[in-house]
Unconditional design. Structure first.
Length: 95
């Protein structure tokens, strides 16, 4: 996993203006457990290419900038969502 992340970071440094490379970086960051970095890379991809399908799908699934007032952030599911993110970050998917 660390090797894939290093390769994605290198790719992003070589082609910072390529939305597909940013999506690859986002996937690597997500799989390595860095949810915030994944969200940032998906946002960069969406800004670089408004048709970046994966980025928009992922942003619509909770990484989005416009999540204010969303139930998983501010409503009745906020505590559960925070617990799930923490479990993911710690690699404890049975939590």
């Amino acid at each position: 996993m660390a090797r894939a992340r290093r390769a994605a970071v290198r790719g992003a440094s070589l082609a910072p203006g390529d939305a597909r490379v940013q999506e690859a970086l986002a996937r690597a960051e997500f799989r390595s457990g860095d949810i915030d970095a994944a969200g940032e890379a998906y946002r960069r991809a969406a800004l670089l290419d408004p048709r970046a399908e994966e980025a928009h799908l992922r942003l619509g699934s909770g990484f989005g900038v416009l999540t204010e007032g969303a139930p998983w952030r501010d409503g009745s599911y906020a505590r559960l969502f925070a617990r799930a993110r923490s479990a993911w970050a710690e690699g404890d998917l049975d939590a």
